[in-house]
Design a protein around this ligand. Structure first.
Ligand code: NAP
Ligand code: HSE
Length: 426
């Protein structure tokens, strides 16, 4: 039976998971694939530190040349993360005739085109199921299973750390900092949580999903990102009173004017399937003209869930090697659609503000909105604190630039003491 040799680059959280999943599958692989898989080399930085993580330390190397020059290695799994040397190693591996699997969303969201083009030139597979939503299958469904659709919406909770934080703020009334501390203690949030809480991690996943769903390249720079640091337990409580949950949503939508690609907190109705996705779970909601609505749910990160997606890609490549058909499914971006600016999107808005508690204030607010083409759906006076009243306004759907014009004027009015929250509404 043919034996396919594999190299693993990186033995951190995901690398260790891949090692373990390949070990668990070893006996069944020949029956599943009709070939054997052998992990031949593992690239690490520190041989001593990595030795305790593997049964056979002779697999370890800290020399890239040991892998790139080994012609028997047919599949390279990149799980080092970061831009360099990951980019260079992937390009060199493809040019050396190797197939590549990666989980590196940062690299794909910024420079996926270069890597996919190289894979196509070399007629090799370049697969990255784990780069979006960890263990949840979403890249392959978008590229293959749902290819018979015109997809118009891909929307999801694609960051586990922020979903955990918002879930704790909602279920236990915690403020953001307290919930972030808890996420850090439990190992969900990284030592530097910026990429998660500012929406950059989700933004990279949106760029990748939008490119595949709409067959047109969207990079991370095209994605509007807004994180959850300004969300308070008060906003979450008021949202709940209105029958909504607040979630950090990644939205990719195809409209007549172009692609919307954005990440921001959003009020969504409690009966929407995404509203019930809690803790560190992820979910992606996809709408296509033929399939209608579908939703994919599960573990969006972690050692074994992420490894599950990577090993699935490795199995696919092994089958392609066996039947001599690598490079079958290459880049699917054959259109060049514009990506809309955030000011061009249409949305409803939740606006919470502290205003002077006297006659004429509501009329003043209403006239600002009226003069700027913004229609008010609801206006509610919430708490009264001293001589101030807390007002919540929900608008009808409007182009964001009109809402922003109103906000600029409201901020300049002396009767409005504080704009406390602005959150988009689904
Ligand atoms: P990690 O725990 O930091 O592991 C990365 C490993 O790669 C570390 O052991 C690091 O070595 C090693 N490494 C870095 N540069 C190297 C180099 N030049 N040569 C050899 N080894 C090198 O990161 P991770 O969480 O496993 O993430 C890996 C990738 O998977 C990233 O692209 C990430 O975005 C993606 N991903 C992660 C998850 C998740 O749940 N963690 C989910 C989906 C996707 P040192 O220990 O010496 O630093
Ligand atoms: N940091 C990410 C999350 C996992 O919290 O979902 C890696 O994509």
């Amino acid at each position: 039976m043919k034996k396919i040799q594999i190299a693993l680059l990186g033995l951190g959280t995901v690398g260790t998971g891949v090692y373990e999943v390949l070990r668990r599958q070893k006996e069944e692989i020949p029956y599943k694939l009709g070939v054997e898989l052998e992990l031949k080399k593992i690239l690490v930085r520190n041989l001593e530190k990595a030795a305790s993580k593997v049964d056979d330390p002779s697999l370890l190397t800290n020399e890239w040349q040991d892998i790139i020059q080994d012609e028997s290695i047919e599949i390279v799994i990149e799980v080092m993360g970061g831009m360099e040397p990951a980019r260079t190693y992937i390009l060199e591996a493809l040019r050396a005739g190797k197939n590549v699997v990666t989980a590196n969303k940062d690299l794909i969201a910024a420079g996926g085109k270069e890597l996919l083009d190289e894979a196509a030139r070399e007629k090799k597979d370049f697969l990255f199921e784990a780069a979006v939503a960890g263990g949840i299958p979403i890249i392959r469904p978008l590229k293959q299973c749902l290819a018979g659709n015109h997809l118009t919406e891909v929307m999801g909770i694609v960051n586990g750390t922020t979903n955990f934080i918002l879930s704790k703020m909602s279920s236990e009334g915690m403020e953001f900092e307290e919930a972030l501390d808890m996420a850090t203690r439990l190992g969900y949030a990284e030592a530097d949580p910026t990429a998660d809480i500012e929406g950059y991690d989700a933004g990279r996943k949106v760029a990748i999903m939008a490119s595949i769903a709409f067959n047109s390249r969207v990079t991370f720079d095209d994605v509007y990102t807004e994180g959850i640091t300004k969300i308070t337990s008060t906003d979450i409580r008021y949202a709940r009173e209105m029958g909504c949950a607040i979630k950090l949503l990644g939205v990719a939508r195809l409209t007549e004017e172009g692609i919307e690609a954005r990440v921001h907190p959003m009020l969504i109705p409690s009966d929407h399937p995404l509203a019930t996705v809690s803790d560190s779970y992820n979910a992606v909601f996809v709408h296509g003209d033929a399939v209608d609505d579908t939703m994919f749910y599960g573990r969006g990160a972690g050692e074994l869930p992420t490894a599950s997606a990577i090993v699935g890609d490795v199995f696919d490549i092994a089958r392609n090697i066996r039947f001599g058909c690598c490079g079958r499914i290459a880049c699917t971006c054959y259109k060049e659609l514009p990506v809309k600016k955030i000011t061009e999107i249409r949305s409803k808005y939740f606006l919470r503000m502290q205003v002077e508690d006297r006659y004429g204030v509501l009329a003043g607010i209403a006239s600002v909105f009226g003069n700027n083409c913004v229609s008010i759906a609801q206006i509610i006076q919430k708490a009264k604190i001293g001589d101030l009243a807390e007002i919540v306004v929900i608008t009808d759907e409007v182009e964001e630039r009109y809402f922003n014009d109103s906000l600029t004027i409201l901020k300049s009015m002396s009767m409005i003491r504080e704009i406390s929250a602005v959150i988009r509404v689904y």
